[in-house]
Write a protein that binds this ligand. Structure first.
Ligand SMILES: [Zn+2]
Ligand SMILES: [Zn+2]
Length: 192
């Protein structure tokens, strides 16, 4: 994890990354023939600096482990903090959290939850589980939501200040919903 600002931003950024990966995996699983998810590229783009050079096996283990969590993650918008605490605590027993300070790649000094010797999948899982744990302590499950567009089951993490997010990160979801709302209003006005 590459972080230059406060822990709050790091938690939010990690949870947004987790949600993006979970949505991509759920989409791939929904394809009749299955589909590949480029988890390496996704994690690399989101600042996991070890992703680019991580071995194939570690990338595969990362996607497998996040895929195992999909039902749990999908339940977050409908769960309270107690329900989420139970499974997150169980998952935390599977990762070896060993904090270490790091200032890699010219970043500010920050805390990693795993030592540099940890496998890449252990690093990612420790990051996402510790971020989920921190989020539950600070805000419960309130910021996890499901996309408001028809036919979209994507999750989102709402990092807006006033909790106003309605759609996943696919820009088509917001635009087609607004178009539909607009048509509906026009239809009502014209009485047809
Ligand atoms: Zn880092
Ligand atoms: Zn959506």
């Amino acid at each position: 994890m590459y972080v230059t600002s406060g822990i709050d931003t790091e938690v939010q950024h990690t949870l947004e990354t987790l949600v993006e990966l979970a949505n991509a995996l759920a989409d791939a699983d929904a394809e009749p023939e299955g589909a590949d998810v480029d988890a390496r590229a996704l994690l690399d783009e989101h600042g996991f600096s070890r992703a680019a050079a991580a071995p194939e096996a570690a990338i595969r283990r990362t996607t497998d482990r996040v895929r195992d969590l999909l039902p749990r993650l999908a339940s977050l918008p409908d769960s309270d903090a107690d329900e989420a605490t139970e499974w997150i605590n169980a998952e935390l027993t599977e990762v070896r959290v060993a904090p270490a300070l790091s200032a890699h790649d010219g970043s500010e000094l920050h805390i990693h939850w795993t030592p540099p010797s940890a496998t890449f999948d252990d690093q990612v899982l420790a990051d996402v589980l510790m971020s989920l744990a921190q989020e539950l302590c600070d805000r419960g499950t309130a910021r996890f939501g499901r996309c408001g567009a028809a036919d979209c089951e994507h999750l989102f993490y709402d990092a807006t200040r006033n909790g106003s997010r309605r759609f996943c990160s696919d820009p088509r979801c917001a635009s087609r919903t607004h178009t539909a709302d607009h048509r509906q209003r026009r239809k009502r006005r014209s009485g047809t």
